[in-house]
Design a protein around this ligand. Structure first.
Ligand SMILES: [Zn+2]
Length: 339
């Protein structure tokens, strides 16, 4: 019975996660030789498998019948990890924008003082550890410095620079990297995506499975991408009256304004690439003709100016500056004659 339900959960081990060969190799050795450290930092960009890796690693560590580095997937412990009910794994998430000191005191410092309920280890996984404020990092320093024999802390973060040097120096940092193009390409093939679509997705993903899954789950993503290009094309042909129609249309899409601007940024980056190199390493591989047309009409300076103007507008939108004002300004700037 249990085996069947585990199969249904789509069991995968940390050894099977694609990419990140160094991390796998390290932990296969560490588990086989029983040389685990008490504190780790898993560092790397969004969506490259850090959290999944941490959870699967925890399963292998806690497995009651582990053979070398392999979890058995049959014991009660393995089952509880898979369904997220293991009492000796504690996962900490962001409170709001940060992880507050109280959360650290309660869920790391105090929890670590309590012995594991059923396993030989107690594992605390801190997601977004780079958002722990300085107070919080100081509060957990002692736990990291003098952990109990059963304690393992995994700090998962995107930005290592936000961690205090005193924390970093006491942890083993495991670096997670974006997937290579080849790995991403074969991942997409397994999802049934091929041809030009695959090329486009590979580029958009920038090596992140998380990004690609976000895109695949968001039906509107590609639609908005297409619409963003259409806006640029319309802007190029627009007279002043039509320009103001565009301002209204774009600002009516309140939730999407920032995304549209991000798409524009990629668009002009592609044009800059076309103007300076022969590379076809483009985000808009599927719009090469339009990109070429437009690149012939713009000087390199004008393209750079456009990129700067769009970046500026994105910042303004993030800071809640009145969007009609921001977009109107931006469109007028993009329309300006080339210099
Ligand atoms: Zn097991």
């Amino acid at each position: 019975m249990r085996n069947i339900s585990l199969l249904r959960l789509g069991m995968k081990e940390f050894q099977d996660i694609i990419g990140n060969e160094d991390a796998k190799e390290y932990f296969i050795k560490a588990l086989t030789k029983n040389h685990l450290s008490h504190s780790y930092i898993f560092e790397g960009p969004y969506g490259v498998g850090k959290k999944t890796f941490a959870r699967k690693l925890a399963k292998a560590i806690l497995c009651e019948q582990r053979k070398n580095d392999k979890a058995c997937n049959e014991c009660q412990s393995c089952h509880m990890v898979e369904v997220g009910t293991h009492p000796d794994i504690i996962t900490i998430e962001k409170d709001t924008k940060v992880i507050k000191v109280d959360n650290i005191r309660e869920n790391i410092v105090r929890e670590m003082e309590i012995k594991p309920y059923q396993a030989e280890h107690k594992i605390i996984i801190v997601n977004a550890a780079d958002t722990i404020n300085v107070q919080g990092q100081n509060a957990m320093l002692k736990t990291i410095e003098e952990p109990p024999s059963y304690g393992i802390v995994i700090l998962v973060c995107e930005n290592l620079a936000s961690m205090l040097p005193t924390i970093k120096s006491r942890c083993i940092t495991v670096r997670f990297n974006p997937l290579s193009k080849e790995k991403m390409s074969s991942y997409l093939e397994r999802k049934g995506i091929s041809g030009e679509e695959k090329e486009v997705y590979t580029k958009l993903s920038e090596g992140s499975i998380g990004v690609i899954n976000d895109i695949l789950q968001d039906e509107l993503y590609l639609q908005l991408r297409k619409q963003s290009v259409e806006y640029i094309e319309r802007l190029n042909k627009a007279n002043l009256l039509q320009l103001y129609d565009l301002v209204k249309e774009i600002t009516d899409q309140k939730e999407d304004i920032e995304k549209i601007l991000e798409f524009w940024l990629f668009w002009y980056r592609d044009i800059a690439v076309i103007k300076t190199t022969n590379s076809r390493d483009l985000y808009y591989l599927d719009y090469q003709k339009q990109l070429l047309d437009m690149s012939q009409k713009l000087t390199y300076n004008k393209v750079s100016q456009n990129i700067e103007s769009i970046k500026h507008a994105i910042l303004d939108i993030k800071q809640n500056i009145y969007s009609t004002f921001v977009i109107e300004n931006l469109l007028l700037k993009l329309k300006e004659r080339k210099k």
